[in-house]
Design a protein around this ligand. Structure first.
Ligand code: SF4
Ligand code: SF4
Length: 425
């Protein structure tokens, strides 16, 4: 891929040497983790192709969109509504934050004890290795956890197109009013960026497009309830990760194609793993591209992952926007209703999340839950304790993991995961 795109990357201002190194690591990890799996659905070949072109074809498509007058908006959180961006003639892409990069440079801006996800956002910019970030006309930061909201204050010193969205922390009437006001403000900012007014027609079309994308993912999740599991957790996570930056129509069609194949597999009693394997639900912090560490450990330790209670997973895509609104304002209300249900750990209290984890464990026939907390992530690490308590009261075993993006604790994590899986047997 690289020869065809070097000029494009140079024009985007990437550090080609560092970028080559990143692509080298990414491609090796993909080969070792994904391509080494047995019994993958054939339709996963679409995602293999996407990954082989991850910094190539999709970037070219985005640049072609820009040349045709569209704008590109980058985001770091599932609270940034894709529907509004699309309706204003912009493409929304989720920016990757799943690998360490330029750590020394990053620590000139952020304390060492900042979560890996936030550091990664800075590292990709400071290391000049992310072509997605470099195509953006606007990057939306959001006031979610303290780490993120304070980090954006420094982030604006290294990127020149940051827009900060405020977000509620309490699920109250005031909280909902704040979300609505912020979505209206975001609509206006997007309109100003693109020069295109959001209309009832454009917003309705965008709502339908994003609903279809989410519905395809929800269909995929439900199929994972089968035993044997028709798809590995790693492959399902990959689809979740690609969700954030692929072309929406093509992504939806590709996921539905996988689902058709999985339905057939279920009829044929064919799985990615044998039947009766211990089944794990992973819950907690988002596992952003290319963070595949924990699922790779779990699925090479004798268990299969049957669900992700995560923003890169069911928390991020469940609940569709009501499509019955007829005016822009009614549709914005429907969008607010949908996003206000996202049960991120930044909310206090956050009882819905506990219920959702239990519900998912039951729906996907999970034998146990592994709670994935990033080191220094106060909201999710704090919440991991009540999560464990609530699950154990329901006789669902729970293992709490706290880790980062480094590979240093691989051995130790594998030992703990193996012991937990053994206990499930
Ligand atoms: S975990 Fe919270 S802050 Fe992170 S992407 Fe999800 S909603 Fe946003
Ligand atoms: S993982 Fe935790 S600390 Fe890091 S950005 Fe998300 S909520 Fe904030």
């Amino acid at each position: 891929m690289s020869e065809n795109y070097r000029q494009m990357w140079t024009e985007l201002g990437l550090d080609l040497k560092a970028h080559d190194a990143l692509l080298g690591v990414l491609s090796e990890a993909y080969q070792n983790i994904f391509m080494a799996q047995d019994n993958r659905p054939e339709a996963m070949s679409y995602f293999d192709f996407v990954m082989s072109e991850v910094h190539g074809l999709r970037i070219k498509e985005l640049l072609d969109e820009k040349a045709a007058g569209r704008k590109i908006i980058g985001s770091y959180c599932v609270f940034v509504p894709e529907e509004i961006a699309l309706a204003a003639n912009a493409t929304l892409i989720g920016l990757c934050t799943g690998a360490d990069f330029a750590t020394e440079e990053v620590e000139k801006y952020l304390p060492r004890n900042t979560c890996a996800l936030i550091k990664s956002a800075f590292g990709f910019k400071l290391g000049r290795v992310c072509p997605y970030l470099e195509t953006t006309d606007m990057v939306v930061g959001e006031n979610t956890c303290d780490g993120k909201k304070k980090a954006y204050e420094s982030f604006k010193d290294i990127i020149n197109n940051l827009y900060v969205m405020d977000l509620p922390q309490v699920k109250s009437a005031n909280g909902k009013a704040l979300l609505k006001a912020e979505y209206v403000r975001f609509k206006e900012a997007a309109e100003q960026l693109t020069g295109v007014q959001v209309t009832a027609e454009s917003l309705q079309a965008a709502i339908k497009l994003v609903n279809a994308k989410r519905a395809a993912m929800l269909r995929l999740y439900q199929l994972r309830a089968a035993d044997p599991a028709p798809i590995s957790g790693l492959d399902a996570l990959l689809a979740n990760q690609v969700f954030f930056y692929d072309n929406p129509e093509r992504f939806t069609a590709s996921v539905n194609k996988i689902c058709d194949e999985l339905e057939q597999r279920i009829k044929d009693n064919t799985g990615a793993f044998p039947a009766k394997m211990p089944r794990i639900l992973v819950s907690g912090c988002p596992q952003a591209m290319p963070n595949w560490k924990l699922p790779a450990i779990i699925e090479t330790s004798g268990a299969v992952i049957v669900g992700e209670e995560s923003c890169v997973g069911e928390r991020g895509v469940r609940n569709l926007v009501d499509e019955s609104g007829t005016s822009v304002d009614e549709m914005l209300d429907a969008i607010v209703e949908r996003y206000f249900k996202v049960d991120c750990a930044i909310f206090t209290p956050n009882c819905d999340r506990l219920q959702h984890i239990e519900q998912m464990a039951k729906a996907y026939n999970a034998d146990g839950v592994i709670h994935y907390g990033l080191q220094f992530c106060t909201p999710y690490l704090m919440e991991s304790m009540p999560v464990q308590k609530a699950l154990e009261q329901k006789n669902i075993p729970c293992l709490r993991i706290e880790t980062d993006y480094s590979m240093e604790d691989m051995g130790q994590l594998k030992t703990r995961v193996e012991a937990f899986i053994e206990q499930l047997k």
